[in-house]
Ligand binder design. Structure first.
Ligand SMILES: Nc1ncnc2c1ncn2[C@@H]1O[C@H](COP(=O)(O)OP(=O)(O)OP(=O)(O)O)[C@@H](O)[C@H]1O
Ligand SMILES: [Mg+2]
Length: 343
């Protein structure tokens, strides 16, 4: 129909040309030949135009099909992306669950020792007490018996106390591992001032050993984040330097340097010049229960808590750098100045 309308004028011209041919039938031969050639040429041109319009129509139809196909593929790709994102999220959830499972397993394992010792001490004390009661009821207690019992009672209660304290401490650390945003208050604070306050509160530990602490932080960096989490992170670093980096009697140096590598973020570098950490252990220090002090008070949760705090409420990242033997350790933390508010 479109084609008919399109070539209406041409058809009419051709009809007029035919009429003209009839009108000039009596004209000289060259005039008629010239007119024939013109009509013929015009006719060819119209046929060619028709052909071109058909080709163009076909191309347009093909283009529409291709467009349609493209739209379908795009929808498919978007759907695939959605599925991938969902799969990724569930993988992350699964990983979180797996690491939570490992953590719970680890805690159970760690707490098992002190609780087991306390339990066997308590049952030993109960047995001794039952024997004393029998002797007492038989009115047969000798001074020796009583002295032995007093020694047992003293030893076992001391052991029970120490091990219960250890278990309680483990539970306290474990509770910290499970930090979430609700555990501390999000507010605005000056970073430099807050770091200095935190280090001052850790002062007694540091002063006792005589270690030098330097803080290099530009003034006026305002953060809106979780200051409590930040001071817990620094506290863990300091305690680790005291316990792991410096041998008793040696005087070490601790440095905190802050800069702003990009707008909206700060980098806090904590370093000490202590013993450092071996290459093979460096990759594991943020793992829960990794400690080189098992059996002498270390539970290996300190840096795991640091990791959770930095990547959790503080929304940043933490890495350990350098630290090959004798060159000390360097923790690099990058944080946003403003964290996401709780909903
Ligand atoms: N400043 C440091 N210098 C040398 N080694 C360190 C330092 N900080 C941590 N480490 C190493 O990293 C390990 C893990 O530290 P983390 O704080 O997680 O556990 P921990 O201090 O052993 O025990 P916890 O903190 O639970 O009492 C330590 O056992 C130690 O080997
Ligand atoms: Mg520690």
């Amino acid at each position: 129909m479109a084609e008919f309308n399109l070539f209406d004028a041409e058809e009419r011209t051709l009809e007029q040309a035919e009429a003209l041919r009839r009108d000039v039938a009596g004209s000289p031969q060259p005039v008629r030949d010239g007119l024939d050639a013109l009509i013929e040429a015009y006719g060819r041109s119209v046929r060619e135009q028709r052909r071109l319009v058909k080709v163009s129509d076909r191309l347009q139809a093909q283009l529409a099909a291709v467009n349609h196909e493209l739209g379908r593929r795009k929808a498919e790709a978007e759907e695939a992306l959605d599925r991938l994102t969902a799969a990724q999220e569930s993988l992350v959830q699964a990983e979180k669950l797996a690491s939570l499972g490992a953590l719970v397993g680890g805690v159970a394992h760690e707490i098992n020792t002190p609780v087991g010792i306390a339990l066997s001490c308590a049952s030993h004390l109960a047995d001794s007490t039952a024997r004393m009661r029998e002797l007492f009821e038989a009115d047969d207690i000798g001074v020796d018996d009583f002295e032995r019992y007093m020694a047992t009672a003293t030893d076992t209660t001391n052991l029970i106390l120490a091990n219960c304290e250890r278990a309680a401490e483990l539970i306290r650390s474990f509770k910290q591992v499970a930090v979430d945003r609700t555990t501390s208050e999000r507010r605005k604070f000056d970073l430099g001032a807050y770091i200095r306050e935190t280090m001052a509160s850790l002062g007694p530990h540091l002063r006792q050993a005589g270690h030098a602490v330097s803080i290099d932080c530009p003034g006026g960096i305002a953060m809106t984040s979780y200051p409590g989490a930040l001071s817990q992170v620094l506290g863990n670093f300091v305690m680790n330097s005291l316990i792991h980096a410096f041998d008793p009697g040696t005087i070490g140096a601790i440095a905190i340097q802050v800069d702003q590598p990009e707008a909206g973020r700060v980098r806090i570098v904590y370093s000490d010049n202590g013993k450092g950490i071996s290459e093979e252990n460096r990759g594991r220090i943020f793992d829960p229960f990794f400690t080189t002090r098992r059996g002498s008070g270390g539970s290996g949760l300190g840096l795991h808590i640091v990791y959770n705090l930095v990547t959790g409420p503080l929304e940043g990242s933490v890495a350990v750098e350098g630290g090959s033997a004798e060159s000390g350790i360097r923790f690099v933390i990058t944080l946003p100045l403003v964290t996401t508010p709780l909903h």
